[in-house]
Design a protein around this ligand. Structure first.
Ligand code: AHM
Ligand code: MG
Length: 335
């Protein structure tokens, strides 16, 4: 049985004994948790060490990299490289796939990660986080081409994120339920504090960057107008809005009390297919949200069914409480 306050290692061993979690995955997840704890410390000490500014380099998306983006990326690579079953590391911050193996075997892992999500919040001391996803390959793959890591989100065996907020939390799914851990100061352990996280099916809270209203397509405008109309509109009930500009923080709130998160395609990001990345943000968060009883959609398709065409691909993202996602899908003509 899962006991409140059990350590992350105890939880993983429980999954190893009862759910068939592979031993190598236990070690890999422990290493990822360690990377998150270290990144959390770097974030807290950022102002002392002068790490909050721009690092002077740009990533593949053409965005300025913060020094902490680079540090977080290095921590993920360092810790995930310990596991001899990891074939490749695929980072939002790095152009090419980091192959750890020349020859792969069926059952090897590929790890995808956004080492520091929401980094525009660093300068203003708001929550940021890390997101990761693990896929297990069914057959050996060709390591001479980065196209080999283009695997659908429905093949994920594990996904998680850490939020560096008032406390540091780690939320994961290994494909059955979602559990949340809090990093305990002093012991340095992640302990189970949010057991079997479940997203309520209905909600009256939505999260969207409303400054982009003029750029949105009609279905999103129509949904938003209905939310704003509250009791006076077709919805017949009032709504509340939240937007942190940090997906990890917004999704964490939704896992805790429900809601829906939207970053749709709009005139400003149509050329790239959306703002958020399929493999580092949409897929892992979509898997977690579905495991918690919610839904994740592009508006016209389940996110986990999107066939990737590039590892830095972007997609429209709508996820959270099931009924609300269905409502937004219906505005897109999806039944
Ligand atoms: P990042 O990975 O470069 O930090 O960008 C992703 C972030 C999400 O965490 C957040 O939901 C979104 O970008 C915020 O975008 P905006 O600044 O347009 O509101
Ligand atoms: Mg990100």
């Amino acid at each position: 049985m899962l006991e409140t306050n059990m350590t992350f290692r105890q939880f993983l061993l429980h999954d190893y004994r009862n759910e068939g979690l592979e031993k190598d995955l236990v070690f890999l997840l422990e290493d990822i948790a360690t990377a998150c704890a270290i990144i959390s410390n770097h974030v807290r000490d950022g102002a002392f060490k002068g790490n909050l500014g721009v690092a002077g380099s740009t990533n593949i998306q053409g965005e300025d990299q913060k020094q902490l983006d680079v540090i977080a990326d290095e921590e993920f690579i360092r810790h995930c490289s310990n596991c001899s079953r990891v074939a490749a590391l695929v980072s939002e911050e790095v152009d090419e796939v980091h192959w750890l193996k020349k020859e792969t075997k069926a059952g090897d892992y590929i790890v995808y990660f956004d080492p520091l999500d929401g980094s525009s919040n660093l300068d203003v001391n708001l929550s940021v986080g890390s997101i990761f996803s693990i896929v297990q390959i069914a057959e050996p793959i060709d390591t001479s081409t980065d196209a080999s890591v283009l695997i659908k989100g429905s093949k994920q065996i594990c996904a998680g994120y850490s939020v560096y907020g008032p406390s540091t939390s780690l939320v994961i799914t290994t494909g059955h339920s979602v559990n949340g851990f809090t990093h305990q100061q002093g012991t340095g352990e992640f302990r189970l504090t949010f057991k079997d996280m479940t997203i309520p099916e209905t909600t009256s809270e939505f999260a969207i960057n409303a400054s982009r209203y003029r750029l949105w397509d009609e279905p999103i405008r129509a949904y938003f107008d209905e939310c704003l109309a509250g009791v006076d509109g077709a919805r017949g009930s009032n709504t509340n809005m939240r937007w942190t500009a940090s997906m990890v923080a917004d999704i964490h709130r939704i896992l805790t009390r429900g809601g829906v998160f939207l970053y749709p395609m709009d005139e400003g990001n149509r050329a790239t297919g959306g703002k958020l990345r399929l493999m580092y943000e949409a897929n892992p968060m979509g898997f977690i949200v579905e495991q918690a009883g919610g839904s994740a959609s592009t508006g016209t398709q389940r996110i986990l069914d999107v066939t990737p065409t590039s590892h830095h691909q972007r997609v429209p993202v709508i996820m959270g409480s099931k009924d609300e996602v269905a409502r937004i899908d219906a505005f897109h003509g999806k039944s």
